[in-house]
Ligand binder design. Structure first.
Ligand SMILES: *Cc1c(COP(=O)(O)O)cnc(C)c1O
Length: 378
């Protein structure tokens, strides 16, 4: 049997957890939390990184920091995970859904401007499969219309955008905020886990306060203020240092994990590209401005019927392939609130995109056997 995903343990997780436990400093913002945060800040150029309990939490923090209120509009792609929208809906925002490109599930940056109204407060691009959205276009719109940009970089650790000046910018370092996930299905993991990145100085101090239940505890412990108390809204967004200790083991092996995932991704890509021209399966399209972090390998079929047939056949062979994302604009919770615009590309990916197994312990031979099984069907 080949599962869809298998969390990879580097071997050091329980050692670092034991160290954290023995230090008796296991609440949030401890030594491992600080180590992880400074690693990410230095490696990827985030102004400030704060570990959170999930990417969903990081998005909720961003929605509070962006001061999203009742009646504000937020533009997000329809083809994404629930949390991308939910964090803003909880603040009372109206979600204005944008469509994907025809050949790439990312938000079609060329369609965003037409969705902007005087109520628009923020744009939330999602770097699907770790592939960059067209951030120059999005950041230009943000400047022109005074909007906040929150990158949903849940899948985008260690991936980059190449801007129009030819500079490589880490995803999550470009918008005002970025939100990452370390859920066990992502490239590096901590069970549940996430991170908010803050790239605009205006928000750095407040981000720490929102993170620590609306208190100025962080400033107090740095000796910047002489009293520690309740100064703002917030919640308990920070994870235990036990979670950060787990994540530290993953960070130490990030390069190795990424190298292996890329090897597997390339094997899929090569095999399916050859098949694609023969039978009309689409392989992922990587825009010129995007790098690949091998978060996910997916293919796109010609119809829902074909995809259903392929899933059933692979299952018979003991291979678990899954699809995801029902367009959010037609989900039970939001369909009544959606303005009725059709989003055909998002619906197309809803019906025809299939994710194939991709995890550290998968082998190139297994990738070949998965491709062979798909071939048999044609
Ligand atoms: C995984 C994921 C999330 C949610 O991450 P959690 O850490 O589980 O909250 C949000 N958005 C996208 C695009 C994701 O892939």
């Amino acid at each position: 049997m080949i599962p869809f995903n298998k969390p990879y343990l580097t071997g050091k997780e329980t050692y670092y957890i034991e160290q954290a436990v023995k230090s008796l400093k296991i609440s949030g913002n401890g030594e491992y939390t600080k180590k992880c945060q400074s690693y990410f800040e230095q490696q990827y150029g985030f102004k400030k990184a704060l570990l959170t309990s999930s990417c969903t939490d990081a998005l909720e923090m961003a929605a509070i920091l962006a001061d999203i209120k009742e009646g504000d509009e937020v533009i997000i792609p329809s083809y994404t995970f629930v949390s991308t929208a939910l964090a803003f809906v909880r603040q009372g925002a109206k979600i204005v859904f944008a469509d994907s490109y025809a050949d790439n599930p990312n938000i079609d940056a060329q369609t965003i401007e037409a969705l902007i109204t005087p109520q628009t407060k923020a744009i939330v691009p999602v770097h699907y499969a770790g592939v960059a959205c067209d951030m120059d276009v999005i950041m230009d719109l943000a400047t022109q219309y005074n909007l906040i940009v929150i990158e949903d970089a849940a899948q985008a650790i260690d991936s980059y955008y190449i801007n129009r000046k030819g500079e490589k910018q880490a995803l999550g370092s470009i918008g005002h905020f970025g939100a990452f996930s370390f859920h066990e299905t992502k490239n590096i993991i901590s069970g549940e886990g996430g991170m908010l990145t803050v790239n605009d100085d205006r928000f750095c101090t407040r981000a720490e306060i929102i993170w620590e239940k609306g208190t100025n505890r962080s400033q107090f412990f740095r000796g910047e203020v002489d009293k520690y108390g309740w100064v703002d809204t917030g919640s308990s967004f920070l994870p235990s240092d036990i979670t950060a200790a787990f994540l530290w083991a993953q960070i130490e092996n990030l390069e190795r994990i990424q190298a292996k995932r890329k090897e597997l991704w390339e094997a899929y890509f090569k095999a399916f590209s050859a098949l694609a021209t023969q039978v009309g399966i689409q392989v992922p399209v990587l825009p010129q401005y995007a790098t690949n972090n091998a978060h996910m390998f997916y293919v796109v079929f010609d119809s829902l019927e074909t995809r259903t047939r392929v899933i059933a056949y692979l299952k018979e062979k003991g291979i678990w392939a899954v699809f995801h994302y029902i367009s959010l604009h037609s989900s039970p919770f939001y369909v009544e609130k959606h303005d009725g615009r059709l989003l055909p590309n998002s619906d197309k990916f809803t019906d025809t995109l299939l994710r194939l197994p991709l995890f550290y312990e998968l082998t190139v031979e297994e990738v070949d056997s998965i491709v062979e099984s798909c071939k048999e069907l044609y």
